[in-house]
Design a protein around this ligand. Sequence first.
Ligand code: ADP
Length: 310
Amino acid sequence: MKVGIVGAGMVGSSAGYALALMGIVSDIVLVDRNAALAIAQAEDISHAVPFMSATSVLAGDYADLAGAGVVILAAGVSQKPGESRLELLERNAAVFREVVGEVLRVAPDAILLIATNPVDIMTQVATRLCGLPPQRVIGSGTILDSARFRSLIGCHLGISPQSVHAYVLGEHGDSEVLGWSNARAGSVSLRSFAEQIGSPLTDHVRQSIDDGVRNAAYKIINGKGATYYGIGAGLARIVKAIAQDQRDVLSVSIVTPHIVDVTDVALSVPRIVGAEGVIADLIPELDVGEYAALGRSAALLKERVESIAL
Ligand code: ADP
């Protein structure tokens, strides 16, 4: 499969790097309005390839995206220290108005994978602009938040993150909802496993995991200006599910017809992802507080997305 990446900045190039090392696609094409940057990133990434795979990594223009199975949209303006994701919105919506049309003209059959923040809103913007079914316009959503959640739970319990089943739902951002009530270690509820091993999930432990998940991006941005390796790997993971028709359960964002009391809003719940994009949703059982918080997150996103004129 050919994968296009529009936006060869930190996030786009990190996704390209992760994909190239994984060796799961045949071709990666990087496009950026800064052509010199795309060329330099493609060349740098291609020098890593001989150590790990045989993926072709090239820079190109939109015409070179013809035949792509997935196009990652990572173009936009990066988040600055102290800047909220929503402040990026208007500038990034303008970028998408330009980019989405160009991509669809040459790659009408591609699944669009949205990485630009605020990702839920940008996913809804892209869905509106392209007219594709929502199942084929997928935002990275809370895939990274869920990975951070699993990693911190795994650390507390002394088991690998892959053996923790837990999801962050709703917005990729401040209103996101950590699904504690249905989280599992293997097949055992988190609470009972934590008690069995004598490491109970006290309020203090839960609070520090919540803080670690919710504020991870802010802390990283304060330290190094941007986050990109984690989301780059998350994007590559979604591409793998599509390219290999894996039907993995991943927390990704698409425009969802109905969630709690809100209609037509892009947000994350666990969804089955395969060759056709999102195949089905697995909305978990939530406790009363989580359900209400998911409703608030959905309502907030809906209000913001309705404020954008397209
Ligand atoms: P991030 O950290 O989110 O990756 P960057 O600023 O590093 O942010 O990367 C965003 C990239 O998107 C930049 O390389 C920029 O040149 C590119 N970009 C911005 N607007 C457009 C556009 N209209 N078309 C193509 N690329 C764009």
